[in-house]
Design a protein around this ligand. Structure first.
Ligand code: B3K
Ligand code: ZN
Length: 878
């Protein structure tokens, strides 16, 4: 497979002004009739042939303006259909036959539980019909769906239904019209036995929009939260961005087999059932929040993505980074904002930083790819969102909003580039964002080494920041970035933020109590004057840039910030840094085989957290949570999975022993019989209670075990049930865990989303029998490699969350993963190329593990590979 380059972008030879489709649905022989109204693109190079994309299509008929084409007038290969002498304006008709049932890749038209559905982004539409399948070709669509009346009572597509009727042979049809020009990747079709819940939303200009959520009948009781989230998102986008919905109908469909979370098809969003269905008895608080976030994300795409779309797939972060930023802001507004920020940053620092440090590192706007499906990454999404957040912070909200308005107004109905977006921000603010653009082209996580000096005599504080971005594949040399660093100086006597007076080139500048420093050079020193007392700097407040910042904090400094920092995020981060220092010592002790000694300052910091009642329970729960093994691993020069596991357990157990009574009373204080609600207050209470329980269970405290047992048996809601079950299954108390697991499995055998949790809980068990458990469960009748959610629940959870067992020294964990990758490479290349990720990070481990991991990668490379897996494996072994 050959790479595609950004620099090779050319406008298409033709544009499509209108697309008419007719589907005659059948599981194995669906007939797709397409009539494309084409005209030469004014900007295209003259003389280019008309070339359409098409894969796995069986062409039955082709005609131009009613004239059947003869052999020799067109050429077909496995990826294209070319008509060398097409007129400048034409109506091209094709009839193709496709096989949805054989489609296990879940791209294009496929079957899920007997239901027809589509996934076209990025390049799935070419598996449905011959087309100019690229985002800069936008057309209005008219789609007729024909299906069996009994089997497929519901027939959906984008836009508004304009006609329906009966046909011979027990068939019926519905015709849909979408008046908004759209690229093919936003096309959608759904047909099956579905039921709907319906609601309404009145837009800010007073239009009535019908909202429909389509699910299988047994899931009708799991739609309330998604519908509520949808209405909240619509309102939020009107109030926050001034964006109104633009059709009379908005539909969401839940399907069981889906590669990603959901898809923003115009007027007909298709969702992984895991990202839409919730019920207090089946979904955890985390799932409720994820549903809220994904519903919002897909809805927000209607403007950031659909009305204004991407010129080419290199611009993917134009819509994804901006839309993630929008959904994160929405979730922050409707829940606990500091906790949302903490969770988003934890995720970024753990998973995206690891991507940036590995062999598949790429810029937020890549300059080449082999398989675009491999680029729906944490870098494009999460780092992309951080870049937009930096713009918001640099401009301030009001100016940023003006830039956003200008962008939507100027480019409405167009397919544009990241320059177009940033250009609007520069235009409304007058800021020079040229250097800032490097955030889009330079891969890797910038590192800032900070150093501070307090000059008593002159009352000056000098802060020196040095930036460096490590080399990444294909980018050996990096240039300095424009990095906004939000800082405060916390007075060590007062515990208060000191007023910042910055010595600038044009004299003194008053930054108030916290201000943004603009780091643009490799190294810069910032001098603050009138600093009356010795300060501890609070750096990168709110995580103002996606960087790693080092500062030689002493442990007392961190304990001080944990108590006094006015920035909630940095207060949490000080606790994490303090825990990391202790963990580093313990990891070293474990490796050197010496006795582990706990830093008393950590225990004391936790004691104060537990003893001083905090008004923000949600933040407290985050503060009491130790850095994850994955995050700790990211901080180590070489990852020692066993030492990390041992050190973290040691800290956890030490704290549990030292603060047992505190944890017990914390648990009791947050127990509640109130009917379940997924609101911020209850969620905070449950997380606090379950954090406390996890400490007690880490030492298998008798009372703790009893509380876990009772909590499981009370069956109050899935958050509590799952937390208790996980703690029991991960303990040595098989006497309680085994019957609980059995009861859970029997009770929920009919519910795939709950069974996914049943699988995950077992394979994340840290004990050494976990790998056998994985193998055993892979033979379970409910396991299938064809269902991505199940693959993630079993294989993904094992390789991602059970680090000690995946990285077993006999290499059996690696072998299991590569066996799965080899199977999935045939069935579903997109999922195969994602699940392989942990193997690609071999450079981070000791020599023995490196050799084992590389051997498995070589074994995969010897297979007949899909472009997806090929691209990842080649990079990993480069
Ligand atoms: N835009 C989709 C991505 C689906 C692509 C899968 N190959 C999901 C989202 O970001 O909303
Ligand atoms: Zn998206």
């Amino acid at each position: 497979p050959q790479p595609v380059y950004l620099k090779d972008y050319r406008p298409p030879a033709y544009r499509v002004t209108h697309t008419e489709l007719k589907f005659d649905l059948s599981a194995t022989d669906t007939q797709v009739h397409a009539a494309l109204h084409l005209e030469r693109h004014p900007d295209s190079e003259p003389g280019l042939p008309l070339t359409l994309h098409g894969e796995k299509l069986s062409l039955k008929h082709i005609a131009i303006d009613g004239q059947e084409l003869q052999e020799g007038e067109y050429q077909v290969d496995d990826a294209t259909l070319t008509i060398p002498e097409a007129p400048d304006r034409l109506r091209l008709e094709t009839v193709v036959v496709i096989d949805p049932q054989a489609n296990t890749a879940l791209e294009g038209l496929y079957l899920s539980n007997g239901m027809f559905c589509t996934q076209c982004e990025a390049e799935g539409f070419r598996r449905i019909t011959y087309y100019l399948d690229r985002p800069d070709v936008m057309a209005t669509f008219s789609t007729t769906v024909i299906g069996d009346r009994e089997q497929l009572p519901v027939l959906l597509s984008n836009g508004n239904p304009v006609e329906r009727g009966e046909l011979p042979n027990g068939k019926h049809f519905v015709t849909w019209e979408d008046p908004h020009p759209k690229p093919s990747y936003l096309f959608a079709l759904v047909a099956g036995q579905l039921e709907k819940v319906e609601d309404h939303f009145t837009t800010m200009s007073g239009r009535d929009v019908t909202l429909q959520l389509w699910v299988e009948s047994e899931n009708l009781d799991k739609t309330e939260h998604a519908m509520r989230s949808l209405k909240a998102s619509m309102k939020w986008d009107e109030e926050t961005y001034g964006r109104e919905y633009d059709l009379d109908l908005f539909m969401i469909v839940a399907v069981n087999d889906f590669n990603m979370g959901a898809m923003e098809n115009k007027g007909l969003n298709i969702f992984n059932s895991a990202a839409v269905l919730t019920h207090p008895q089946t979904a955890t608080d985390g799932a409720f929040q994820r549903v809220e976030g994904v519903v919002a994300h897909e809805y927000f795409h209607n403007w950031s993505g659909n009305r204004v779309t991407c010129r080419d797939w290199f611009q993917l972060s134009l819509k994804e980074g901006f839309t993630v930023f929008r959904d994160q802001s929405f979730s922050a507004d409707v829940n606990s904002a500091p906790v949302k920020r903490i969770q988003d940053v934890s995720f970024l620092r753990t998973a995206q930083f690891a991507e940036d440090a590995g062999p598949t590192a790429h810029p937020v706007r890549p300059d080449h790819y082999i398989e675009i499906s491999n680029f729906y990454t944490l870098t494009i999404y999460e780092k992309g969102s951080e870049i937009v957040r930096m713009l918001r912070n640099l401009l301030g909200w009001d100016t940023f909003r003006k830039g956003s308005d200008l962008y939507f107004e100027r480019f409405d109905g167009q397919a544009v580039t990241i320059e177009d977006f940033v250009g609007c921000m520069a235009e409304v603010s007058g800021l020079d964002l040229d250097q800032f653009m490097r955030w889009y082209s330079q891969a890797g996580t910038p590192e800032i080494d900070a150093h501070g000096e307090y000059d008593y005599a002159n009352g000056e504080y000098r802060l020196t920041l040095r930036q460096r971005t490590p080399a990444t594949p294909g980018q050996p040399d990096k240039q300095p970035l424009h990095i906004p660093v939000r800082v405060g100086l916390v007075g060590t006597k007062s515990g208060e933020d000191l007023t910042l007076t910055l010595e600038g080139p044009e004299g003194k500048e008053n930054l108030g109590k916290d201000g943004v420093l603009h780091l643009r050079e490799d190294e810069q020193t910032f001098v603050f004057t009138n600093v009356a007392e010795a300060p501890v700097p609070s750096l990168l407040r709110g995580f103002s840039a996606p960087v790693k910042l080092r500062f030689p904090y002493g442990r007392e400094d961190l304990a001080f910030l944990l108590q006094n920092d006015s920035d909630g995020f940095n207060r949490w981060d000080a606790g994490q840094r303090l825990a990391m220092l202790a963990l580093d010592d313990l990891i070293a002790a474990h490796r050197n085989g010496v006795e582990k000694v706990m830093d008393p300052r950590v225990t004391e910091a936790f004691r104060s957290l537990l003893n001083e009642p905090s008004d923000d329970k949600a933040v407290l729960a985050e503060m009491l949570t130790l850095p994850s093994e994955a995050y700790i691993a990211e901080q180590q020069p070489m990852v020692d999975v066993d030492a990390i596991h041992a050190a973290r357990n040691f800290v956890k157990q030490w704290l549990a022993v030292s603060l047992r009574d505190e944890f017990l009373s914390l648990y009791r204080a947050n127990q509640s019989d109130a009917p379940y609600a997924p609101d911020a207050e209850q969620i905070a209470q449950r997380s606090l209670k379950n954090v406390a329980l996890s400490y007690l269970m880490s030492i298998e405290d008798e009372e703790g075990v009893e509380l876990a047992r009772q909590q499981f048996e009370a069956q109050h809601n899935m958050t509590d049930v799952r937390a208790a079950l996980t703690l029991l299954v991960h303990s040595s108390r098989g006497d309680i865990a085994d019957p609980a697991l059995r009861a859970f499995g029997e009770k929920w055998a009919h519910d795939p989303l709950v069974m996914d949790q049943w699988f995950s809980v077992q394979v994340t068990r840290p004990q050494s029998d976990a790998l056998d458990r994985v193998k055993y469960l892979m033979d379970h009748p409910a396991f299938s490699l064809k269902n991505p959610n199940r693959v993630r629940a079993l294989i993904g959870a094992f390789v991602g969350q059970n680090r000690v067992n995946f990285h077993r020294l006999d290499g059996e964990g690696y072998k299991l993963l590569s066996d799965v990758v080899i199977e999935l490479n045939r069935l579903n290349p997109e999922i195969a190329a994602r699940i392989i990720t942990p193997l690609t990070r071999w450079q981070r481990f000791d020599e023995q593990r490196q050799a084992l991991m590389k051997a498995e990668l070589e074994r995969i490379r010897a297979e007949d590979l899909s472009p997806n897996v090929y691209e990842v494996v080649e990079k990993a072994l480069a």
